[in-house]
Design a protein. Structure first.
Length: 89
C-alpha cells in the first residue's frame, strides 16, 4: 500500500474518488503522511496537471482546504466543458 500511495495519480478519477483512494492508502502508509505538509504535498502531486496548476498558486496549508479547492476547480472545468457542449463548440 505504501508504494501505491506514493505513486497514486488522479488520472481519470474525480476528486472525491481520488481522495477516497488517498485516504484508504494513507491508513496503510502513515509514515508517508505523518505531517500535514507531507499529506498536502503527496495529495497535490497526484492531482492531474490542470487541477494542480490552479491549486498550487493558492498555497493552501491544510489538506482539507486543498481538497476543497481541487473540487471547486474540477467543478468549474466540468461546467466549462458542459457549456462548450451546449454551444456546439
Amino acid at each position: 500500500m505504501r508504494d501505491e500511495l506514493s505513486h497514486l495519480l488522479q488520472r481519470g478519477m474525480s476528486i472525491p474518488e481520488y481522495e477516497a483512494k488517498f485516504v484508504v492508502f494513507s491508513r496503510y502508509a502513515p509514515q508517508l503522511v505523518s505531517t500535514e505538509e507531507d499529506r498536502c504535498n503527496l495529495f497535490v502531486n497526484g492531482l492531474c496537471d490542470s487541477i494542480r496548476t490552479l491549486v498550487i498558486p493558492q498555497q493552501p496549508k491544510s489538506y482539507y482546504k486543498i481538497v476543497e479547492i481541487a473540487t471547486r476547480v474540477e467543478q468549474n472545468e466540468l461546467t466549462i466543458q458542459a457549456r462548450r457542449g451546449c454551444n456546439g463548440h
